[in-house]
Write a protein that binds this ligand. Sequence first.
Ligand code: PXG
Length: 463
Amino acid sequence: MNMITNHLPTAELQALDAAHHMHPFTAGAELAAKGARVITRAKGVWITDSEGEEILDAMAGLWCVNIGYGREELAEAAARQMRELPFYNTFFQTTHVPAIALAQRLAEMAPGDLNHVFFASGGSDANDTNLRLVRHYWASKGKPEKSIVIGRKNGYHGSSMGSGSMGGMKGIHAQGGLPIPGIVHINQPDWWSEGGDMTPEDFGLARARELEDKIAELGEDRVAAFIAEPIQGAGGVIVPPSTYWPEIQRICDEHEILLIADEVICGFGRTGSMFGTQTYQIRPDIMTVAKGLSSGYAPIGASIVSDEVARTIDEAGEFAHGYTYSGHPVSCAVALANLDILVGEDLVGNVADRTGPYLKEKWEQLVDHPLVGEAKIKGFMASVAMTPDKAARAPFLASKGTVGAIARGHCFDGNLIMRHVGDRMIISPPLTLSKPEVDVLIERAVRALDLTLAEIKDKGLYR
Ligand code: PXG
């Protein structure tokens, strides 16, 4: 019998957590010394901790709780499915209704001829599917040497061997022998940090053309695919200049390579359209989805593939790939209930037309704060870049992320969940966020920025 409950004192829960629970992307010893914050329940955009504090979750869990917390419909769907058919595989010439229904639903929702769905348990393994799929696709067309995947520095596609390799996170590549062979990276379209004296538009074009240069350098006959997020999420909410995606699309059209759009964060409404590819008018061959697909209520991811790619793979015989939980019936049932709410309550409309414009107006005003150099927002993804010198777009002298971590601490203490990426502060709230909740979010964010400024001045870090 499990004796660990919400009713244990916080310190006891923290001690047990430190003793036995290894956390993702966490310095274990450091966390053990101070104790993790214990989250016990959630409703709407609010989470509650074991001390009874009510915290505004401006990160929607981990960019995923798009419909907000506490929706009974999803709990019902899961319970119903667990009673009827808790598991069956989709490997050996079998299928089941939840997988059929969700695949059909996604084919209907996805733009263009993206009509075929390969299920995974999350985003990392869906991207691993994509890596094997694009290489197998070209091999099936008699071009096995067309195998290199081009990703981007500071892109994020997951932390497994394949997805972590296609991503361009230095910290991930530094551990465990990544990137694996056959994966290369071009620079990201982060104008604030890397644009120098160029206009954002010229910089966007220049960064897109790195793809064309890389294809030329490697030889088109060796390149399988380019993978990118419409807007980089984990990289710090890097909203690309307006020129970037049209130029990337032109390059992909003119060269025989596949385009993989990683929609794990952008998908299901976050950018103000159902998919980020629609916001930027991108025509990918494959889309990766996860997170908002089930609003995080159950683990699920998928690759949504074009007619042509699917036909090639299907006609080539067996694709020797799959996960036990590919098309898990409970996750599929939960995802279907989630999509009913997302569409039925027009949450994309809340981002595009109702709360979204209000949040944009308030968020962009943060640029007037003495610490903030850039305030960027697209739909319900936003970032502020903190700087000691706005005109020079200069980083702090302290090592990157020092000031960000201080700001994150003040957000936390002020019952607002915002993440820091380096010295950028970012949000990605549930798509249900209301205007009064925007006011609370902004008020708490400004307070955290004020306290951060005072603290770094105090410590001599404001330089
Ligand atoms: N692609 C993108 C664009 C993502 O953001 C993944 C793939 C991997 O998905 P899974 O389900 O395997 O985690 C992600 C995940 C952060 C953070 O700190 C972001 C993610 C995951 C963990 C932390 O911003 N994104």
